[in-house]
Write a protein that binds this ligand. Structure first.
Ligand SMILES: Cc1ncc(COP(=O)(O)O)c(C=O)c1O
Length: 440
């Protein structure tokens, strides 16, 4: 099949987070997917080293999800969720509550991770008011954090490029903790790095500066994905939990990428034994098939709203909150995760994965390798001609050679489907190694 024969005109789709002109001059288009592989429009097999975009945790083309969605669209294509309902989001909420970290058993549904992050921030602010702590309005994020692209998410997010053009319109009263990347002390760690838990203490400084009575919530990704796979140092999340609890500040985990088995267990909160007050999720919730996000809310927070005056308790929601197709996809996805034991998979493969990644050490320009669960990152020294060039060239070469990896600047991120096996891990990393050599 020739590319030219199948390609539509590329002019009119404004592609998200993409160098549009560069892409359209040399497009990379996928046509189908099955199991661990994509197929490109020119008929090449591409091993999916990213689970799409951190979302297809059970691999591609899962028939049960397709069938559940197809049945659902015939039975009930849409139902409003404002002052109306249908059974599926209630059923899904119970199923999610059963796998949630302790106490986080109330669910608010959204359509994306960005909306889940913004929803969590809004619930945190509204809760503080509801319990008579209305002066608690400040929010604290973290450098290099990513919480999607809503105004809330970019305000607490810490990726400069995502904020610059909007700097005059960001939320007021936001501070950022320092990020936890410390290549000097932690390079080539196996699993969580040893050094850096003390960076959580910066929160104490912000409490002293502003007064705890003015701070509503802290939001962090347990493991920063988009910022370049930045891992929490051992003890760091525990310390954040201890400080937030001591000062009556809510702790929000953004588990949009870590949720649904990526680091083992259902959530990073369980894997690392730290329970937040709110938890934002999306992506793996429906195996990436139908857009959906969910905020897990501690029952005490929910009850504070239910104790208030009769009437609408939270003036927030989306036309598609709890959409029937998304719920059907999520329920079928949860069945697969549970039947196939996929929440344990990242733990089973963690040592093999980490070892295979660390074997890349010594290839040209690598300054760090990070790994935990089924997440990995290889960071390169920037090419003197420009930051990000080397990462992009390796990513492009991998695609030409049949593997999808993700580049974020000069860091390549890997997050394969949890259904991957040892042989395909080898295949993925051999392709990456060859690309690194070729581009060096
Ligand atoms: C931690 C985190 N939060 C939020 C988001 C935003 O999700 P979405 O793109 O579905 O809005 C992402 C997306 O990668 C993410 O990694």
């Amino acid at each position: 099949m020739s590319m030219e024969a199948t390609l539509p005109a590329l002019d009119d789709f404004w592609m998200p987070f993409t160098a549009n002109r560069q892409f359209k001059a040399s497009p990379r288009l996928l046509a189908s997917a099955e199991g661990l592989f994509y197929r490109s429009v020119d008929g090449r097999q591409i091993l999916d080293g990213c689970a799409g975009l951190w979302c297809c945790n059970a691999g591609h083309g899962r028939a049960e999800i397709a069938e559940a969605v197809s049945r659902q669209i015939r039975q009930l294509d849409y139902a409003p969720s404002f002052q109306m309902g249908h059974p599926l989001p209630f059923e899904l909420a119970s199923r999610l509550a059963a796998i949630a970290p302790p106490g986080l058993n109330k669910l608010f549904f959204t359509n994306s991770g960005s909306e889940a992050a913004d929803t969590a921030l809004k619930i945190a602010l509204a809760y503080q008011r509801a319990i008579g702590q209305g002066t608690r309005t400040r929010l604290i994020g973290r450098e290099l954090g990513y919480h999607g692209v809503g105004f809330g998410g970019i305000s607490v997010g810490g990726m400069g490029g995502n904020r610059k053009a909007f700097s005059a319109s960001l939320l007021p009263g936001v501070d950022h903790l320092p990020h936890t990347l410390d290549i000097e002390r932690n390079a080539f760690s196996r699993g969580l790095p040893l050094h850096g838990a003390e960076r959580a203490d910066e929160l104490e400084r912000l409490v002293t500066l502003h007064g705890a009575e003015n701070i509503a919530a802290v939001i962090v990704e347990p493991l920063s994905g988009s910022g370049g796979v930045i891992l929490p140092p051992l003890g760091y999340l525990q310390r954040l939990r201890e400080i937030t609890r001591r000062h009556g500040i809510l702790l929000i985990f953004d588990e949009v990428i870590t949720g649904f088995g990526r680091v083992g267990e259902a959530f990073a909160a369980q894997r690392w034994g730290v329970t937040p007050d709110l938890l934002a999720s999306a992506k793996g919730l429906t195996n990436g098939t139908v857009p959906m996000g969910a905020v897990f809310v501690d029952e005490r927070i929910f009850e504070a709203f239910m104790d208030g005056p009769q009437g609408i308790e939270l003036f927030h929601g989306y036309t598609y909150s709890g959409h029937p197709l998304a719920c059907a996809a999520a329920l079928a996805t949860l069945d697969i995760y549970q039947r196939e034991g996929l929440f344990q998979r990242a733990i089973e493969l963690e040592d093999y994965w980490g070892e295979a990644l660390l074997n890349l050490r010594g290839l040209p320009h690598i300054v760090d390798i990070r790994n935990v669960g089924l997440v990995g990152a290889v960071q390169f020294a920037s090419d003197p001609a420009g930051a990000g060039l080397r990462g992009y060239r390796i990513f492009e070469r991998c695609f030409q050679q049949g593997a999808l990896v993700r580049c974020s600047g000069d860091t390549l991120a890997l997050s394969p489907p949890l259904t991957i096996d040892r042989a395909h891990i080898d295949h993925l990393l051999e392709t990456l190694a060859a690309a690194i050599r070729a581009v060096a």
